[in-house]
Design a protein around this ligand. Structure first.
Ligand code: SF4
Ligand code: SF4
Length: 197
């Protein structure tokens, strides 16, 4: 590959945007520049093979202020919050919390377009509605939100399994819910407005 010496190796998407500081402030008292790029986090990550960059490079890009690359990244939705990276980081950087913060920021800025993001949103919507998980509602809402031909095919494939689970009493048509569902919904609305912690 020919290298153009007049071009920078790393292009900062939004230099000076305050992205790094914003991430740090949302995660807490954390100096992200303490990361010395040892790679222990990426080496510990069970979903690394499904990521494009991995936690080490994500953190490096956060430090470089590359919001435009990090926030639309598929990688932040591949994190399963296992805390392996946070537990092993020699610098005590809470990468799991950073990943969660990046997902929140991606949603807030309308950059969460992955199907994993859709699933997370639907999952939380159903929990916020009942306080309990209702599997068939999650699946239906998810496939409706994805609304593609492959989604319809996937849903059809799952129909047989759903029917078997229903026959065996493992799938309830009427969703379970917490005792005071109204209170839960009011609480979730307040969280949505940023009024509850
Ligand atoms: S383990 Fe910690 S110090 Fe090492 S690359 Fe990951 S975040 Fe940086
Ligand atoms: S918390 Fe996320 S980024 Fe860290 S090791 Fe687990 S899956 Fe990977």
């Amino acid at each position: 590959m020919e290298v153009d010496v007049n071009q920078p190796i790393v292009v900062l998407d939004t230099p000076g945007s305050g992205f790094k500081e914003e991430v740090a402030s949302q995660v807490g008292t954390l100096d992200l520049s303490h990361c010395f790029q040892c790679g222990v986090c990426s080496g510990s990550c069970p979903t690394m093979s499904h990521m494009e960059y991995g936690p080490r490079r994500i953190l490096h890009m956060v430090n470089l202020g590359m919001a435009d690359t990090v926030l639309p990244s598929h990688d932040i939705w591949m994190c399963v919050s296992c805390y392996s990276c946070s537990a092993r980081c020699p610098q005590g950087i809470q990468i799991t919390d950073i990943m969660a913060t990046l997902r929140n920021m991606a949603v807030a800025r309308g950059l969460a377009r992955d199907k994993e993001a859709t699933f997370s949103r639907v999952f939380v919507d159903v929990l916020a509605r009942y306080g309990r998980l209702c599997e068939w509602q999650v699946l239906l809402r998810y496939y409706a939100a994805e609304a593609g031909l492959s989604s319809v095919t996937s849903l059809m494939k799952q129909a047989g399994l759903g029917l078997t689970m229903f026959r065996k009493g493992k799938l309830k048509i009427r969703p379970d819910h917490v005792e005071d569902v109204q209170k839960l919904r009011e609480f979730m609305t307040r969280i949505g407005r940023g009024e509850a912690s």
